[in-house]
Design a protein around this ligand. Structure first.
Ligand SMILES: O=C(CO)COP(=O)(O)O
Length: 250
């Protein structure tokens, strides 16, 4: 089963209209294959991107509500209207800083799928959980919560494994560590549904850069990356994108 690769950029609360222009110039010059790259800028910048280009756009979070008196929130439909076709859900920063629970994340995922957005579900363990050998337990809990809410949601999502200890630290998981965990995630998904487990794209996130990406991407169960810091540097991000268009896996 050949899964097409995906590189996703998470700009977090960074970027500017100027960075949009720079990124568009750099990415549109690349021979990107269809659906290979998605850029998730702050929502206010979504409409600054051209309506048609050779990469997709995504939001960084969404409300679990459809519409109404929810000041400051953004619905799936608003994101879609602004040009998004993906949305990051359950990033560890939102789990930690905004108190997003597994159940809330499952509700957001359902809202995204219902609106036709592809969710990028983030899961991952903290340094302490890894030291206590609870990585698999944490990931299983995060996946089970989504499965329990609606069994078909995971098959319609991209899943990003982002160990919290690797985010923004410059200390990426090693290719072996990442592959072991991705293989576990895929096995766990297979317990729900063997066919969709083979099809689901699993991205690795956490201090990915142009130097370490190729070795990560060569791993059997790593289908791409969710890139934070390096996605703010157009030339470096372009190198990561090119690695998948060149088929670095072979
Ligand atoms: O959190 C991340 C992407 O969602 C990873 O961030 P960094 O690539 O900066 O470590």
């Amino acid at each position: 089963m050949q899964r097409t690769p995906l590189i996703a950029a998470n700009w977090k609360m960074n970027g500017s209209a100027a960075l949009v222009e720079e990124m568009v110039d750099v990415l549109t010059a690349l021979p990107l294959t269809e659906h290979a790259v998605v850029v998730c800028p702050p929502a206010t910048l979504l409409t600054r991107f051209p309506a048609v280009c050779n990469f997709a756009l995504g939001g960084q979070t969404l409300s679990h509500e459809i519409s109404g008196a929810f000041t400051g929130e953004l619905s799936a439909c608003l994101l879609q209207e602004a040009g998004a076709s993906y949305v990051i859900v359950g990033h560890s920063e939102r789990r930690a800083l905004n108190g997003e629970s597994d159940e809330l994340i499952a509700a957001k995922l359902a809202r995204a799928v219902a609106a036709g957005l592809t969710p990028i579900l983030c899961i991952g363990e903290s340094a302490t959980e890894r030291q206590q050998e609870k990585t698999q337990q944490v990931l299983a809990r995060q996946l089970d919560a989504v499965y329990a809410s609606q069994p078909e949601l995971l098959a319609k999502s991209v899943i990003a494994y982002e160990p919290i200890w690797a985010i923004g630290t410059g200390e990426s998981a090693t290719p072996e560590q990442a592959q072991t965990t991705h293989a576990f995630i895929r096995q766990h998904l297979a317990r729900y549904n063997t066919q969709s487990a083979v099809r689901v794209k699993l991205l690795y996130g956490g201090s990915v850069n142009a130097d370490n990406f190729t070795a990560l991407f060569r791993q059997a169960d790593i289908d791409g990356a969710l890139v934070g810091g390096a996605s703010l540097k157009p030339a470096e991000f372009a190198q990561i994108c090119l690695a998948v268009t060149k088929g670095a896996k072979e």
